[in-house]
Design a protein around this ligand. Structure first.
Ligand code: S3P
Length: 436
């Protein structure tokens, strides 16, 4: 068990970078596995969830060479080259791994079993099982197929037209992958702009994946998928913790280099700008089909705002840290239409509210979000990560402005998505102590 102890009073200044994007790192390994030839990945996220994806693909017969923790070569086996695994595929704690992989595996000529930690076995899988069955997939899971473990048998897939009830990139990606093995077109209709890394990467590999407004289709490729050289952009979801830290900590000025700014992911920047944060994008460029920029943030006077509707999916992982910003904003912040927070690594409405209240925040849960009144002078206290990386980091950032000491227990999970989080904050000047 790791704990982080934080104290306020230090300005955060300087330049830093954040590790590679988690969503893109998973996809690079998975899609590289079904490409023809070697996919070279740089700035891969060396975090727990992405390492799980490497292990699972190895279990399916794919050779993955780890040159350095952040540089890999995936020796693609082609669309039909995966091999029957000798054991249950362990998807660990990773929702992206289990949901995308299921889409890939329903089209294979062999049976597979997928499982994960207790946390993953509590997360809903019916949302992928139902539409996959609509494609003819032979798949079942625990509790009327709502939860993992999942078992898959080979079947002949047909395309579907499927309107997703909730905007989810994992569901969309799962169906697009199954669509690569189906007999006719698969069309997914999204209620909101969920992250589009799958569409971008598969299209760059030459797969027949096409986007028309809020619809995206995939079908069986006529030629092999091309292996790519992929440099993964910095993860905006990790940068979000530094953006909020910079905005709420007095006399701060931080440059975060090389952050992915795909418009399906920048909701947190738009939200913070609306709240009055001083954030600028510099040096815009493109890397591997994804827009990238350096972000500069400075201490700002924030005001409360209301967030809901379609923008929520573009900042769904950032809502815990947005809540921390809202505690320091003048007036009321309301987050609504975010029911999906209830089925993340933890019920992030309950855990964010519960832990922030320990620091004295005025925050109320609602069925689909929270209401926060600010500004509140937070007071340091012991808090828990609940084994949720984003909650642990959100609470650590709150600790940078809370009077006295804040101790985040169970903080080893920060490495799931942001290995080096603590060192990065220390290098920027934070008063932070890590104890194993
Ligand atoms: C992800 C999609 C989102 C996000 C998760 C990563 C992805 O989940 O919360 O952290 O890589 O596709 P949902 O698809 O459940 O919204």
């Amino acid at each position: 068990m790791t704990q982080i102890t934080l104290a306020p009073g230090k300005a955060l200044t300087g330049a830093c970078s954040v590790p590679g994007d988690k969503s893109i790192s998973h996809r690079a390994v998975m899609f590289g596995s079904i490409a023809e030839g070697d996919t070279h990945i740089r700035n891969f996220l060396d975090g727990g969830d992405c390492r799980t994806t490497i292990e699972v693909m190895r279990g399916l017969g794919v050779q993955v060479d780890v040159l350095t923790p952040t540089e890999l070569v995936v020796h693609g086996r082609g669309l039909n080259g995966l091999q029957e695994p000798g054991n249950v595929l362990d998807c660990g704690n990773s929702g992206t791994t289990i949901r995308l992989l299921t889409g890939l595996l329903v089209g294979q000529q062999f049976a597979t079993f997928l499982n994960g930690t207790a946390q993953i076995r509590r997360r809903p899988m019916g949302r992928i099982v139902r539409p996959l069955r609509g494609m003819g997939a032979d798949i079942m899971g625990r509790q009327m197929s709502e939860y993992a473990p999942l078992g898959i048998r080979p079947s002949r897939l047909r395309g579907v037209e499927y309107t997703m009830p909730v905007a989810s990139a994992q569901v969309k990606s799962c169906l697009l992958l199954a669509g690569l093995y189906a007999h006719d077109l698969t069309l997914v209709i999204e209620p909101g702009p969920a992250r589009d890394h799958t569409e971008r990467m598969l299209a760059a590999m030459g797969a027949p994946v096409t986007v028309y407004g809020n619809k995206v289709s995939s079908e069986r490729p006529r030629q092999p998928l091309k292996a790519l050289d992929i440099t993964v952009p910095g993860d905006i979801s990790s940068a979000a913790f530094l953006l909020v830290a910079g905005a709420i900590t007095p006399q701060s000025h931080i440059t975060i280099r090389g952050v992915g700014v795909n418009p399906t992911r920048t909701g947190i920047v738009d939200a913070l700008l609306e709240m009055g944060a001083s954030i600028t994008f510099t040096n815009p460029r493109e890397e591997g089909g994804e827009p990238v920029a350096d972000l500069v943030v400075a201490t700002s006077a924030l005001r409360g705002m209301t967030f809901g509707g379609e923008s929520i999916v573009t900042m769904i992982d950032e809502l815990p840290i947005l809540a921390v910003a809202a505690t320091q904003a003048e007036g009321r912040t309301v987050v609504r239409n975010a029911h999906e927070l209830r089925v993340k690594e933890t019920d992030r409405i309950a855990t964010t509210v519960g832990e922030l209240r320990k620091l004295g925040a005025r925050i109320e849960p609602t069925p689909d979000g929270f209401i926060i009144d600010g500004p509140t002078p937070l007071i340091g206290a012991p808090v828990e990560s609940h084994d949720d990386h984003r909650l642990a980091m959100a609470m650590a950032v709150a600790g940078l402005v809370a009077r006295g000491q804040t101790v985040v227990h169970g903080a080893q999970v920060t490495g799931d998505s942001f290995p080096g989080f603590e060192v990065t904050l220390q290098a920027l000047g934070a008063d932070l102590l890590v104890e194993e």
